[in-house]
Design a protein around this ligand. Structure first.
Ligand code: NGO
Length: 537
């Protein structure tokens, strides 16, 4: 069975490579040859790998005369056209007018594809001498198609000053749609606070790899980061510090809305997390009545876990949870609300089960779907709940079994195994930033696993998708975020997007290497893993 799977995987990827016409063609990452001498990037050479590629025909060239043609009756398509123009104008120096005038030339963005196999997020990109046409059933598909077009152009296109070009896109047709609906990245803004601009920068980087979910870890022992009108001290006092004792910070409701809006413009849904009943020192420090003994502890700026708990038997605890969830649900248009539930080591099992039951009911009452860390499966997940698996190779069989049993009963899973997808794990013993409790996670290890078979006994259709969490005990700014996220994040994005048949480390690492010059052009501070054949830059 195992052999068979490996064979069909390999065979599948050979097929894809052959179809893409890229057999034996190494990428030419950042070579020193003048750009004009380089052929356009082969059609399949993007991350995440596309589902189907049929290479052939003449390439398309973006030139001074190129227009971006959008459907006239859709404001959203026009907005995507403007987004594309904004991406391409600085480096090409071309005007690239966005027009609703019909025409067979230029870059054409079209809704109304009738191909049901594309789903809500898929697209088709056809490139030939006269035009590049992206068609989709919905705007998210067009947006993902635009990310593909971006990656098919030379990396210099990402620079913010005029570059030489030429700006060619290989000829052929690419038909693409995601394997999983939930492709997520988490940012922990609690351990260290990140500004709205830092979050937006990360959102832009996620969008390039077709991630469609941003999970924000908004509260923890070290800081409460979202303003709640009915409990103002949470943010004002509970948000006033961070790991190491810095000033912390919080998002006002309008900051939070700005993040949501920016994420939505990049087709990402925000999943806010209020971690409970553990990881709550910031809240307990802000309001004495939330503590079982009625005494507020001091603010906390260390990195231990498992010492705090809301007081499950007290009625006021549920007034608090209700108010917080109500305000957060009202602010958040997305479907999901994450209530944490991990490492409640200071809550008795009985209290934990009772608390999670009540907290889940409150989430349901405000119209949202519960997401919780997989410890939720040790309580009673409500119908429709999603559990986020964050175990690792040393997670015990009983714990895994509990997750698999819940999946069999209908709980959906998001997979973020700590020894694969935790972007805060060190790459190796020389990594300056990050933690190592789940071991070192080099680029190959983070990419080389299959979400469908990762947890034994879990039905394949229970897996909603994958997430790459980035915890910030050791991270303080965008440069440090990027050093840990890149280049592992694109690999997790590929696990979420690309068909299993394309999975192949040997060809992935070549495609990833070709992203190096793009990271550089974007100013992304990435880790030059020795496992990846980066070219000279
Ligand atoms: C654990 C813990 C977090 C830590 C993180 C560090 C989960 C779900 N709870 O993951 O509080 O920040 O590890 O890697």
């Amino acid at each position: 069975m195992r052999q068979h799977r490996t064979f069909s995987r390999l065979f599948g990827s050979l097929l894809l490579v052959a179809a893409a016409g890229i057999a034996g063609v190494g990428a030419a990452p950042g070579g020193s040859a003048p750009a004009a001498a380089e052929p356009p990037r082969p059609l399949g050479q993007i991350v995440p790998a596309p589902a189907r590629v049929k290479a052939g025909g003449s390439p398309y060239a973006v030139t001074e005369g190129t227009r971006i043609r959008v459907d006239e009756d859709s404001g959203e398509v026009r907005r995507i056209g403007e987004y594309l123009a904004d991406l391409l104008r600085p480096s090409t120096g071309y005007a690239l007018p966005v027009t609703a005038q019909d025409g067979s030339d230029g870059i054409r963005l079209r809704l109304g594809s009738t191909d049901p196999s594309l789903g809500a997020e898929g697209y088709r990109l056809q490139s030939s001498g006269g035009s590049v046409t992206i068609t989709a059933r919905g705007p998210a598909g067009l947006f993902h198609g635009v990310q593909t077009l971006r990656q098919l152009l030379p990396a210099d296109v990402e620079k913010d000053s005029v570059q030489d070009g030429p700006w060619k896109v290989a000829g052929g047709t690419l038909t693409d749609s995601p394997r999983y609906a939930y492709r997520s990245a988490m940012l922990d803004v609690s351990r260290h606070f990140f500004s709205v601009d830092e979050v937006k920068r990360y959102i832009d980087q996620l969008a390039l790899y077709k991630i469609n979910t941003l999970h924000l870890h908004l509260s923890d022992d070290q800081g409460w980061r979202i303003a709640i009108d009915s409990w103002p001290r949470l943010a004002e006092y509970g948000g006033s510090t961070e790991v190491g004792g810095g000033p912390g910070g919080h998002y006002t409701k309008s900051d939070y809305k700005e993040i949501l809006q920016y994420a939505a413009s990049r087709y990402l849904e925000v999943v806010p997390e209020i971690d409970m009943p553990g990881h709550t020192n910031a809240a307990l420090a802000s309001y004495a009545e939330l503590n079982c003994d009625g005494v507020a502890p001091p603010l906390y700026t260390g990195t231990s876990v498992g010492f705090s708990s809301l007081c499950a038997p007290k009625a006021v605890t549920y007034d608090f949870v209700d108010d917080v969830i109500r305000e957060l649900a009202a602010l958040t248009p997305g479907r999901y609300l994450h209530i944490g539930g991990d490492e409640a080591h200071s809550t008795s099992h009985e209290d934990y089960v009772a608390f999670m039951e009540k907290a889940q009911a409150i989430v349901g009452k405000y119209g949202k779907t519960v997401v919780g860390w997989h410890q939720l499966t040790g309580a009673e997940p409500v119908a429709g709940a999603v559990a986020q698996y964050w175990g690792y190779d040393r997670t015990g069989a009983a714990e895994r079994q509990q997750v698999a049993d819940a999946a069999k009963k209908g709980t959906k899973l998001v997979l973020s195994p700590a020894d694969r997808t935790y972007l805060d794990m060190k790459y190796d013993q020389n990594t300056r930033l990050g933690l190592a409790w789940a071991g070192y996670v080099e680029v190959q290890r983070s990419y080389d696993w299959d979400p469908a078979t990762y947890l034994a006994g879990v039905p394949a259709d229970s897996v909603l998708g994958v997430e790459a969490p980035l915890w910030s005990e050791t991270l303080t700014n965008s440069e440090e975020i990027e050093q840990m996220a890149f280049p592992r994040l694109p690999g997790v994005a590929e696990l979420g997007w690309s068909p299993a048949a394309t999975h192949d480390w040997e060809s992935y690492k070549v495609r990833l290497a070709a992203q190096g010059p793009r990271f550089s052009a974007l100013g992304i501070n990435y880790y030059r893993s020795p496992q990846v054949p980066w070219g000279a830059e």
